[in-house]
Structures are given as C-alpha cells and as structure tokens.
Ligand binder design. Structure first.
Ligand SMILES: [Zn+2]
Length: 570
C-alpha cells in the first residue's frame, strides 16, 4: 500500500482514537488462545477529518511521465502470459529486458542462458527464513447472498477446499480474519468435512484456528473441506482512512473480507495484514440490479434471480486474495496494454474527477514496463477502482488495485500499486516479517518508473527509527516512521544494489527471482542470495550496512550460485 505522506502526518493527531480502536488487537502477541469468538461492532466514521489532506492535494497537478519513457516492445502474447503454469518458462529473457530498459546508454552484455533447468529448492534457508505458510493446492468458493453498500451488511458463506498438501500436513490451520481485526466479523458456523467444529481464536480474534485430525488413528486426507458461514457489519474507515473494509461515501470496500488460510500472525495497521498462498477462487454475488463493482478475477457469467436481483459468477486463478469495491455510481473505462493485458478503471462518475485516460495509460505503461523488467504479468486483466474519498493512497489485491484519484502524484501511486502485482501478487512476500522486500520494492519501482531509476529517497532528518529488516512489531504503529524506515530506506537499498551490481546483472537477478518464486513466496534470504549470485562485486558489506541478518557472512562469494549441492557460475 502507499499513503499520502501529508495524510500520515495529519493522522498523527488522531493517534488516541486509533489506539482506542486497535489496542486490544495489537497488545495481544498471540501467546494465549482466546476462546471468545469475535462479535460485530461497528466503528465510528471519522470521514470529515480524513478528507482534509485530499482537499489540499487537489491543487497539485500530477505530471504524466509516460512520454519520457518509451514503452518496451515485448513479444509475449496474451495467450502466453495468461498460462500461469507456464510462468517460469515464458519469463522475459534478460536480453529482451535489457532492450526494454529505460537507460539505453548503458551497455547491455549478452546474458548466458540459464545453466540449470532443475527447479530451485530453497532448503538451504537459514532458520529465521523458513516460510511457515503450508504449501497447499487451495480453492475458495465464496457466495455473497446479501450486501448493502449503505449499511455495510454482508451475508456470506464459503467453502475452502484443500486439494493437496504439498509439503506437509499441519496439525492445525490458521485463518487470517482481518475483518475481525476491525471488529466487523461474526462467525455463524464452521464445519470440517461437513461436521460442526469449534475454532479457537488468537491475536485478539484476528486469527481463527482449526485443528486437523492428524493422529495415527485419524489421518486427514484430501480433499479437506471447511465450510464457513459469516456476517460482516462494515463500518467507516479507521482514522487513518485505510479501511481494507469500509463504507466510504457511496463505496463499500471489501478487502481481506473472508477467512483465508495463513499463519499465526497479528493484525497490523501499518503493513498490510494479509499473508497468503495463491489459490483458485469461484465467487457468486447476488446484487441489486443498479449496483456496480470492481473486483479480482473475471466475471464469467450472470443471471437474473426470481427476486429481481442479479447473480454474478466470478473466477480467479493463482491470486492471493479476492476483493471487491462496490458502488452504485461506478462507471467504467478500459484499454488494452501493449502486452495484451486488459486494464479497467471503475470510477465514481459525477462524484470524482474523470482522470480515466491518465489512469488507464499509466497503468498500462506500468504493466508493460514491469513485464519487461521482471517477467510477464500472468493474469488477463488488471482492474483499478476508485476506492472512495477517505482512501489516503492505494492498496494492492489480487489482479486489482484501489486508488484515490485525487492523490497528488497519481502516476507514482499507480506505479507503486502496479509494482505490487509483482512483489506481493506474483512473487509472494512476507510483508509483516520483512516489509522491505515488497514495500521497499514497490517504492523502488514507483520512483524508478517515474525517473528512469535515477531518483533516490533522501535520508529523513534524524535518521530512521528502525533497521531495514525490522519486523512489524518493531515498527511504530502510527506516524511516518514505518514509511521512512521500510519504504524509503528500502528504496535506497534497492538503488544501492543496482548501483553496485550494474544494470544488467541487477535485472538478471530479479528475473531469476521471478523464475524461481513466481506464484510462490520469496524471503529476504532468497533476495540477497540471488543478487549476490549474479553480482561481480561482493555485496555482503552493503548487506551488512542495512541488515542485522546473522547469515549474511555465510552467503556464497559473489557470482556463485549454489543449488542442490553443486555450484555453477551464473
Ligand atoms: Zn505498498
């Protein structure tokens, strides 16, 4: 996500109200299980204060940068890039990306072909770098049977199907329920393979725990089906205005609105509270005829119900969540990018300015340039939603981003959120553990696409509150400290790595990351190790200047890639 800096400064005066709302959740470190299920409580709506920063911003005129940077010419067809299983094989070769790089004066040395066709098995990760999330073949069937944009009421059911345990069978499943973190979630029923079960709750109710029968007498076998019925009573945005779930003017935002399999993590207000594997989704919505929506996945059909409402069928594959923004005032504009990705913008006709031409052009430009630099965008569409007047910036979801069209540097906001389609969406990251990977990365691409990778965030006066590897619990939960320490310091680190490695080696490493971790999850160790493997210069002194990781000294020498017990030169 990305916020208006001034909005964050303004929000500092609202700390007491915010702390009152979030205190119980953040003060619970999850050590003890709370058996009390969350109940719905509707938060107050501080809309008047949240709009103030945006009113100031309207005087700023966003500067289009698309004409300063030629779009790359790419060869992947839409058919190729939409075949998710072919992701690693269709990754843009390094030589192609070098052609598309926006600094043509830098010499492009020919890249050697990959020497190893064997999949990366990152079993050499240090202890603090193990991915705790179970690797599952996962399907979510979701149904919204009642929904009101006015009141924020949602009646929903879901069936979670585990089709395969790819690495191990866990004894318990942790469901993240950020909706409960906001106090908007009420569980009505929970079943495991059709039998009613009682969950436990962690992290102040933001984590639902379900035990799996996994003893010698009772082994769990696939498919595992978990049925969940629940209600949401969504209130207004919290004082800082993010409102992953919020009624904001005539927009109902539903982000992270249903329980999803995750790990045991708390609910954070500063870094995005979601951490999930990719999954497949089938979603049905029963909506009043006049209600429009922007969404993850694709609409595959619709029919009229006997009561006059419309039932929409949606499907999404290999995405990490499935979110919506609903509004009766949405109007739509769309285009197709040079690489064949459909871009759609839903904006509040009559209620927000028509910047659709700018939004579509900048989004398409970002998708095409990032595809060239990193690897193809794998989904057929990218949707952009005007998320309402209180949204202080933008938020990324599964092939869907939210923006506030009044953001003063709209192109930069879009660059940032589109970059998250790669760092978070395609290449999964552990943002709460190591936010620098995705938020520092998105800031790197935000500034990089806007300035041809020349701008470096200045060091904030007084220095950073925290080292770059700070986990979310170490970071300030209010104010600008987290933004400076993770986003801006992270951008500086990416730029330092780029300057030290040189243009071609740097992008070859990130394309390697794409090849190895697309639709999977990357860790800080994987990032640093891959950069080092593609570098002619030893990066360990640079890494040591930013990070406390104890394993930096143990990384292989520069230019050496150790995989599965044997060494090769990249
Ligand atoms: Zn972000």
């Amino acid at each position: 996500m990305l916020a208006i800096r001034q909005a964050l400064l303004t929000a500092i005066v609202l700390i007491p109200a915010l702390a009152a709302c979030s205190g119980p959740l953040n003060s619970d470190d999850g050590a003890a299980i709370d058996e009390t299920p969350p109940t719905a409580t509707v938060a107050s709506t501080p809309s008047a204060t949240a709009e103030a920063p945006l009113a100031e911003s309207t005087s700023a005129s966003p500067t289009a940068t698309s004409d300063t940077t030629p779009l790359p010419t790419l060869t992947p067809t839409r058919a190729e890039v939409t075949t998710a299983t072919a992701l690693p094989a269709t990754a843009t070769p390094a030589s192609q990306a070098a052609t598309a790089a926006p600094t043509p004066t830098q010499a492009s040395e020919p890249q050697q072909a990959p020497v190893d066709a064997t999949p990366w098995l990152p079993d050499g990760r240090p202890e603090d770098q193990h991915v705790e999330l179970p690797d599952l073949d996962l399907h979510y069937a979701l149904h919204i049977s009642e929904l009101s944009v006015t009141t924020g009421f949602v009646q929903a059911s879901q069936t979670v199907t585990i089709r395969e345990f790819r690495d191990y069978v866990p004894d318990r499943l942790y469901f993240q329920v950020p909706a409960a973190g906001y106090g908007f979630f009420t569980l009505e029923s929970l079943t495991l393979n059709g039998a009613p079960v009682e969950p436990a709750w962690l992290n102040g109710g933001a984590t639902m725990v379900l035990d799996l029968p996994n003893t010698a007498d009772s082994r769990v076998t696939v498919p595992v089906e978990i049925g969940i019925n629940f209600q949401l009573n969504v209130g207004g945005p919290e004082p800082e205005g993010w409102g992953y779930l919020a009624v904001d003017a005539d927009v109902l935002r539903l982000g992270y609105w249903f329980p999803q399999i995750s790990d045991d993590h708390s609910f954070s207000l500063t870094l995005d509270p979601s951490y999930t594997r990719v999954a497949d989704f089938d979603v049905t919505l029963d909506l009043a005829p006049a209600l429009e929506f922007s969404h993850s996945g694709e609409v595959t059909g619709s029919e009229q119900l006997p009561d006059g409402r419309i039932r929409y069928y949606l499907h999404g594959e290999n995405i990490r969540d499935f979110d919506f923004a609903f509004s009766p005032s949405y109007v739509f504009a769309s285009t197709v990018s040079a690489t064949g990705v459909t871009i759609e913008y839903a904006w509040r006709g009559g209620a927000s300015p028509d910047v659709s031409a700018q939004v579509l052009a900048t989004t398409a430009e970002a998708v095409d340039r990032l595809s060239a630099l990193l690897g193809p965008y794998p989904w057929p569409t990218l949707r952009v939603a005007d998320a309402g007047p209180s949204m202080p910036g933008g938020i990324e979801y599964g092939n869907h981003i939210w923006i506030n069209p009044l953001y003063p540097q709209l192109d930069r906001l879009i660059y940032h959120e589109v970059a998250h389609m790669w760092l978070y969406g395609i290449i999964g990251t552990r943002t709460l553990e190591e936010g620098w990977v995705d938020e520092g990365g998105a800031e790197f691409f935000e500034r990089g696409l806007a300035t041809d990778f020349t701008e470096v965030a200045p060091v904030v006066s007084g220095g950073y509150c925290c080292p770059l590897d700070a986990r979310w619990e170490e970071l300030p939960q209010t104010g600008n400290g987290t933004y400076f320490a993770i986003y801006e310091q992270g951008q500086r680190f990416y730029m330092d790595v780029l300057a030290t490695m040189g243009w071609d080696d740097f992008w070859a490493a990130l394309q390697q990351i794409y090849n190895d971790f697309a639709l999977d999850i990357v860790t800080a160790y994987d990032m640093l190790r891959t950069w080092q493997a593609h570098s002619a210069t030893d990066l360990r002194p640079l890494f040591d200047s930013y990070f406390r990781y104890p394993w930096i000294a143990d990384l292989p020498p520069p230019g050496v890639d150790s995989r599965q017990g044997w060494l090769s030169l990249p």
